[in-house]
Write a protein that binds this ligand. Structure first.
Ligand code: FPP
Ligand code: ZN
Length: 438
């Protein structure tokens, strides 16, 4: 078998080109002899790794991660879900009690007991409760103070449609995504919350086609003058990145008018070549990393829901593009051969150690590479018919539309492609609210 080609370069050596060459050299050693027989997924070892990591918590040198306690639990529980592993009622209750201790008295969740509310841990806590919680006393789900949560959400809303991630903090499109998912799951989404959101997200699309973390909300041509809110276009702040692009691409009931063509082209360009084992990178001229299997790989399903990739009878904005724009088998190869750590857990790339964050997003990426999911209008109609009474207000209409939309992810029968043994199969992972869809 001939060796895959090295990435081209212009002979101008920099730290970036050195890292690229070193990465290719290491990844080359992980190429399987038979491309169709990658290393099998070590589910048991990954489960043990996750449990060990959760029990140990972050090591003391990671003191700065103290505000990420909801994330650690969420990555663990969601990894269990995507591997199709259930939990016993005792452990579920322990998780519920732990999560509820992070709820802030003025609404939202903090990164640990007594910590200030922040949109990112709020998302992690609500998603974790969606997995282990239940309605009724002690179940967590009904003990979330939705009124206060809503007040918190409104208090961080900005006039241009963006959201501060916490009081006195910065705006970031991750915050918008986290808020919308939490509001959606808790049934507190309103037209007021959504006002200006599509325009604010659209203003983060960069010349490359991907999205940056934020845009410049105010612009004052006179250094002395008061800041003026620009209608459009507002200049994006920073570089297109897979993480922000995922958060920006989430479908809502309102169809945003993004530049899909450049977005799709950018996403496709983020997939590494054969020598990079088909892993994804998060930005131009950077290295492949297992977590982008989800942040970038997961975007294709989102685009398909908007009728951009694949033909599923939707109104297609660009119907000459089919599913073959990205290599699903190659991504599975990267995850199985390079991202699995021999001692359990998954990682960015060899020789790095595994961690719970990369474990979840590699497994989620594996799922998205295996299953060709789309939004089924038949299922959406069936869900609408479950409501006995028509919506009474625009609020209710919005909520019903959102639920029907996000519950109608479906896999087209017979289209899953599992590279290697059947035990490598992951549960279908719903692209919008990070929940199971089957
Ligand atoms: C760069 O890291 C990473 C970022 C600038 C942010 C990434 C954002 C996400 C992964 C999205 C998170 C989503 C939610 C919902 C919280 P780096 O410079 O170490 O990595 P790189 O070289 O791969 O860009
Ligand atoms: Zn990563």
């Amino acid at each position: 078998m001939s060796q895959p080609r090295r990435s081209p370069h212009d002979s101008y050596e920099t730290e970036t080109t050195d890292h690229q060459i070193d990465t290719e050299t290491i990844l080359l050693k992980h190429l399987p002899l038979n491309p169709d027989s990658p290393s099998p997924l070590q589910k048991d070892a990954h489960l043990q790794f996750l449990v060990r990591n959760l029990i140990q918590g972050f090591p003391s040198r990671y003191i700065g991660q103290d505000a990420s306690q909801p994330w650690l639990l969420y990555w663990t529980l969601q990894s269990f879900s995507v591997m199709g592993v259930g939990m016993d009622p005792n452990n579920k209750q322990k998780a519920i009690d732990t999560i509820m201790a992070w709820q802030h008295q003025n609404g939202g969740f903090g990164g640990g007991p007594g910590q200030a509310a922040h949109l990112l841990p709020t998302y992690a806590a609500v998603c974790a409760l969606a997995i282990v919680g239940r309605p009724g006393p002690g179940g967590g789900w009904d003990q979330i103070d939705r009124e206060k949560m809503y007040e918190f959400f409104i208090s961080v809303k900005q006039s241009d449609g963006a959201f501060l991630v916490a009081h006195h903090a910065e705006v970031d499109v991750r915050g918008t995504y986290c808020l919308l998912v939490a509001a959606h799951l808790l049934n507190i989404l309103t037209p007021e919350l959504l006002e200006g959101v599509p325009a604010s997200i659209m203003s983060c699309q960069t010349y490359e086609g991907g999205f940056s973390s934020a845009s410049q909300p105010y612009f004052s041509p006179e250094p002395e003058g008061p800041p003026t809110l620009l209608d459009s276009p507002r200049p994006p702040l920073g570089e297109a990145h897979g993480g922000y692009t995922f958060c920006s691409s989430c479908p809502s009931v309102q169809k945003p008018s993004l530049n899909f063509k450049t977005l799709l082209r950018w996403l496709v360009q983020m997939q590494g070549s054969e020598i990079e084992l088909g892993g994804f990178k998060g930005r131009t001229n950077k290295l492949v990393d297992g977590c982008y299997s989800w942040w970038v790989g997961g975007c294709f399903a989102l685009l398909s829901s908007l009728g951009i990739v694949g033909a599923h009878g939707q109104d297609e904005a660009w119907n000459d593009v089919d599913d073959s724009v990205w290599d699903r088998a190659a991504l599975q190869r990267y995850i199985l051969c390079a991202a699995q750590h021999p001692a359990g857990g998954l990682r960015d790339k060899p020789p790095k150690p595994a961690d719970s964050y990369h474990t979840l997003y590699c497994l989620a990426g594996l799922s998205t590479a295996q299953h060709n999911i789309f939004l089924s209008s038949t299922r959406q109609d069936a869900i609408f018919r479950c409501w006995k009474t028509p919506p009474e207000s625009t609020h209710e209409q919005l909520r019903q539309a959102c639920f029907a939309h996000s519950l109608s992810w479906t896999e087209e029968e017979g289209t899953s492609r599992i590279l290697g043994v059947q035990n490598n199969r992951m549960v279908i992972y719903c692209a919008f609210f990070h929940g199971r869809s089957d």
